[in-house]
Design a binder for this molecule. Structure first.
Ligand SMILES: Cc1cc2nc3c(=O)[nH]c(=O)nc-3n(C[C@H](O)[C@H](O)[C@H](O)COP(=O)(O)O)c2cc1C
Ligand code: SF4
Length: 518
């Protein structure tokens, strides 16, 4: 009998030894005369358990982790004899951290072979496209709109409205662009799904092409993601061979072709217009809007540009789940959000859940507090432009509007946890320094303001006329917030001001103007 074993090929698992574990399992099986088949999957997202190894059993897959090379023999023995083992985690789907999730987008990630279109189809893949092929473009867009899906890249713009705008634009050529630049601190969901379930992204983009009348798409992936680039390229080739991508998609009259383009590594190239400049072969500099990319985007043509997770949500919605998707969530934040728990956190990883869960539940309950065991002091939500939240705001529900009401943002769903050893004035300086380094330089408030911001925080940290310099900092933040052309300069004040507001003691003195405003 062949033992089917599953080992992740996700970059996060590979980084902690998944390749070596796969080889060690093969050698151990050979030495014991056991026939095994190792399926390389994506990650389940419970990163503290990687390398996690699973075996197919009549009860379902049973997991072991974290497994090292040295454990290969004993783990294999435990698998064969169905014996207890110190690393045995039980039936994978019953692991509480995984069971608590609502995996609509990540349902197949960590389960299927990301190189096999057959495996994707065997797990309900391409059902969305199948249905989309029976619908008019208007009906596809109506479904996306009804699902309430908002862009997962950061701004939370309704996806259905964006698609409708492109669909209504008349042009000889339109494009679909997938934003896989994923620059936010603590985020990895785009990488994880591209490596673990690339077909769901391809299927979502193909449906978008049909909805708006685009025949060509590009996936712009950051160069730091070589595993994702390889996974997407392999999946594109497999989808073409299977006839679900390329000319006459699925035997229909629709054509849709896809290409991967690799970015050169700039945070601002995640900003949509800068990304388009980069795709066209120029330096990544932000374009003034209007015109919107939906009217005049890639090569001057109407373009849908969406985040990886936005496209990856589409197949579920089209497979008949617009209402099912919309039933999850709260307020205007519908569906689920793949939240990424990172930084100093005990149980870090990918946690997909309906909007509405509180920040406290995510950090304390699901994340298990800090990895260092020290108290949580601050949490930055939404990447380097997101606000720092203190424990007093842990009752904030994960929802676009609720975070905005507390001067924060959920961005791409990244949560970075800090313990009580963090120096928040240093973090504020880091926000300004990051902006100074990553600024595209097009507008003055961001280009010059961020450098002046670093200098001003240095003065505050050195105890130089603290109250006056805090006032200068606030003025500077206002200028950046209201005078910058894009959100890089416009949102850098959020981490700075939130650090100042919630942790004034780290700045050497209480900021008088902020206190007066409260
Ligand atoms: C400085 C900056 C960086 C950004 N980085 C990303 C990114 O890495 N990935 C992403 O999807 N969106 C990023 N965005 C947002 C995009 O401009 C755009 O809103 C998004 O790609 C639209 O897709 P969505 O509607 O699916 O979210 C960034 C925006 C700014 C201002
Ligand atoms: S805010 Fe910064 S990154 Fe954005 S356009 Fe201005 S200079 Fe460029």
């Amino acid at each position: 009998m062949t033992l089917r074993i599953f080992v992740s090929r996700d970059a996060g698992a590979v980084a902690v030894g998944a390749e070596e574990v796969a080889v060690a399992l093969e050698r151990a099986a050979e030495a014991r005369g056991i026939i095994i088949e190792i399926v390389r999957t994506g990650s389940r997202g419970a990163y503290w358990l990687e390398p996690m190894v699973e075996v197919a059993t009549p009860q379902g897959r049973v997991a072991f982790g974290p497994v090292t090379e040295a454990d290969a023999h004993s783990v294999l023995d435990a698998m064969v004899a169905d014996r207890p083992h110190s690393l045995r985690l039980g039936v994978t789907d019953e692991i509480p951290w995984l069971k608590r999730q609502t995996r609509l987008t990540f349902a197949r990630c960590g389960v299927i072979d990301p190189r096999s279109v057959e495996d994707y189809c065997a797990h309900a893949g391409y059902k969305g496209l199948e249905r989309a092929l029976t619908l008019t473009p208007e009906a596809i867009i109506a479904d996306v709109t009804a699902s309430g899906l908002r862009g997962r890249g950061g701004a939370g713009f309704p996806t259905g409205i964006k698609w409708k705008t492109v669909a209504q634009a008349s042009a000889d050529q339109k494009y679909i662009v997938c934003n896989a630049d994923e620059g936010d601190s603590g985020t990895f969901a785009d990488r994880m799904i591209m490596e673990g379930d690339p077909f769901v992204v391809i299927e979502g983009m193909t449906i978008a092409g049909m909805a708006v009348g685009a025949t060509k798409g590009y996936i712009y992936i950051r160069s730091e993601y070589p595993h994702a680039v390889a996974a997407m390229n392999a999946a594109i080739a497999a989808a073409k061979r299977a006839g679900v991508l390329g000319p006459r998609v699925g035997g229909s009259a629709q054509n849709f072709d896809l290409e991967v383009r690799v970015g050169a590594g700039a945070y601002v190239c995640g900003e949509e217009t800068s990304l388009l400049e980069s795709l066209e072969g120029r330096r990544g500099i932000v374009r003034a809007k209007p015109p919107l990319p939906a009217h005049k985007g890639l090569f001057g043509k109407p373009t849908v540009i969406n985040n990886v997770l936005s496209f990856a949500a589409i197949p579920f919605i089209l497979a008949g789940g617009a209402k099912a998707y919309a039933e999850f969530g709260m307020g205007r934040s519908r569906g689920t959000m793949p939240i990424q728990l990172a930084g100093n956190i005990r149980y870090g990883g990918l946690f997909e859940v309906a909007f509405g869960i509180t920040l406290g539940e995510l950090v304390d309950d699901i994340g298990g507090g800090t990895a260092s065991g020290r108290p949580v002091r601050a949490v930055q939500v939404g990447g380097p432009l997101g606000a720092y939240f203190p424990r007093e705001l842990f009752d904030t529900p994960f929802d676009y509007e609720a975070f905005a009401a507390r001067d924060g943002l959920i961005g791409h769903g990244g949560i970075v946890v800090f313990d009580d050893s963090v120096d928040m004035a240093k973090q504020a300086r880091f926000a300004m320094e990051f902006c100074a380094i990553e600024s595209c330089g097009k507008c003055t408030p961001c280009r010059i303001g961020s450098t002046r911001g670093v200098e001003t925080i240095d003065k505050i940290r050195a105890g130089d006329r603290v109250a006056e310099n805090i006032a200068v900092m606030e003025d500077l933040c206002n200028t950046m917030k209201f005078g910058s052309l894009c959100a890089l300069g416009g949102f850098t004040p959020y981490p700075v001001i939130s650090a100042l507001k919630h942790f004034p003691e780290d700045f050497g003195a209480a900021p008088p103007r902020l206190q007066a405003a409260e």
